[in-house]
Design a protein around this ligand. Structure first.
Ligand code: ZN
Length: 452
């Protein structure tokens, strides 16, 4: 196969849409694969289990990967009261868990889809989308309890023993490659839009893991004084969601049917072994009070959710109308601005994309998504020095995405700076060896005499 000679066409100012999409399609980042090893006692049951990760590796994996997922979710909310609330509820449970010494952290992220997740080192997040669906603090506690349950039962570490790590390492690449084979034109949009945001860590939990996390969540939340009916309420929210807004449910719940079965099992537990805790609080008013700021954004968030569903179906014009309505309701919403910028990129309106990305960047300084979007828009506008600056800022803010090196390489190549471009391509090839981007980088290095 001949790699596209996009770089040359860029020099001649003839970048086609296909070239551009190819250029910006992310190859994903590959995590290093730690060595698999040994057995450990299950921290909850004490039984021996096959563990692929030491605790140190769990922390390392968390530190390495969680910032990428959080950024894909548009960062932690800038509403400090809301993050504080998540931390209060979360730590009231984690301090009563089987592994209280894990360095847990809790936050609400700006994504609109309905999910929560835990990384193995204790980084836990819930999306603003799911917060809007819950009705009480006890439901929120149930959600945090479920996630803390995954960390306590070391589900990631167990899965790692079953080949998860290899999966994580290739996930980014596989997503990019698979997508580009299915639809060359749409692949980059998927990448940039991050709709394939599912982390392999989250997708890999088994049904048994989910049940165990439900059970542990129930245990921790009741220890913290909440009514077990919060868990029943949460399961109800998820069952309803899977019926009405299936597209908004992410892996954790869609890969393991939330199931009337999980709901029934939690109902039985609430009425059975945890019946004595039913006098515990639901904290409805407190929840409404503490999430009031977020709930004031509900109309805007619902418009964004509609827009995202339409984007996924490639109805870009219709999607844009919803994003516009969202921005009318909440002009300074970071997620709303990023989504609108993506929608403009997808429609090849790069100048407008640049403006929305710049606004997003101003509103949430330091959050990498807007930097990447801004870089993409500037690259399409052929302002390569500015594109380079943005990709460089993106990489500094979020190290570990090999794609940044590739995009910097392309920018430098377009600026005729071969030595610097070659350094970036070499850096990229150290992480990614296959795919059209890798072929492009390798071809350039050969043509320029940097490699044989
Ligand atoms: Zn789960």
């Amino acid at each position: 196969m001949n790699p596209p000679k996009a770089g040359e066409r860029i020099h001649r100012g003839e970048m086609t849409r296909r070239d551009f999409l190819w250029l910006v399609s992310a190859a994903g980042s590959a995590a290093a694969v730690p060595a698999l090893s040994g057995c450990a006692a299950h921290p909850v049951t004490g039984r021996q289990m096959l563990v692929g990760l030491s605790e140190e590796q769990e922390l390392g994996l968390d530190r390495q990967r969680s910032p990428h997922q959080i950024s894909r979710d548009f960062g932690a909310t800038r509403d400090p009261g809301l993050n504080r609330y998540a931390a209060e509820v979360g730590s009231s449970l984690s301090s009563r868990s089987h592994r209280p010494a894990v360095p847990y952290s809790f936050r609400v992220v700006n994504a609109n889809y309905i999910n929560a997740y835990a990384f193995p080192g204790g980084t836990i997040a819930a999306t603003r989308g799911i917060l809007l669906e819950m009705q009480s603090e006890a439901e929120f506690a149930a959600l945090m309890g479920h996630e803390i349950g995954h960390v306590n039962a070391r589900h990631s570490a167990q899965s790692a023993g079953q080949g998860l790590l290899a999966q994580i390492a290739v996930a980014g690449v596989a997503i990019a490659a698979g997508a580009s084979e299915r639809s060359a034109a749409y692949a980059p949009l998927i990448q940039i839009a991050g709709t394939v945001g599912a982390s392999a860590l989250l997708a890999s939990y088994s049904r048994e893991n989910e049940r165990e996390a439900d059970g542990l969540g129930m245990e921790y939340m009741t220890r913290a004084g909440y009514s077990p009916d919060g868990m029943v309420g949460l399961m109800g929210v998820l069952v309803r969601q899977s019926r009405h807004k299936p597209g908004m449910l992410d892996t954790m719940f869609s890969s393991h049917p939330v199931s009337s079965e999980r709901l029934a099992s939690m109902q039985a537990d609430a009425a059975g072994r945890y019946a004595g805790f039913r006098a515990g609080g639901l904290g409805r008013e407190r929840y409404m009070d503490r999430t009031a700021g977020l709930r004031s954004l509900k109309p805007a968030i619902e418009e964004q959710q509609k827009g995202e569903r339409l984007m996924a179906r490639k109805s870009l014009g219709e999607a844009e109308a919803h994003f516009a309505a969202a921005l009318q309701a909440a002009p300074d919403d970071y997620t709303g601005l990023c989504l609108m910028a993506r929608c403009q990129v997808a429609q090849r309106r790069y100048e407008r994309a640049r403006v929305y990305a710049a606004q997003a960047r101003q509103i949430y300084p330091g959050e990498p998504q807007a930097m990447q979007l801004s870089g993409v828009a500037r690259m399409a506008l052929k302002d390569y020095p500015a594109a380079y600056q943005e990709f460089d800022a993106y990489e500094r803010a979020l190290p570990g995405d090999a794609n940044a090196a590739f995009l910097k390489g392309v920018s430098l190549e377009a600026m005729q700076n071969r030595p610097a471009a070659a350094r970036e391509y070499q850096r990229y090839l150290r992480v990614v060896q296959s795919g059209s981007q890798a072929r492009h980088a390798a071809t350039r290095l050969r043509d320029w005499g940097y490699a044989k």
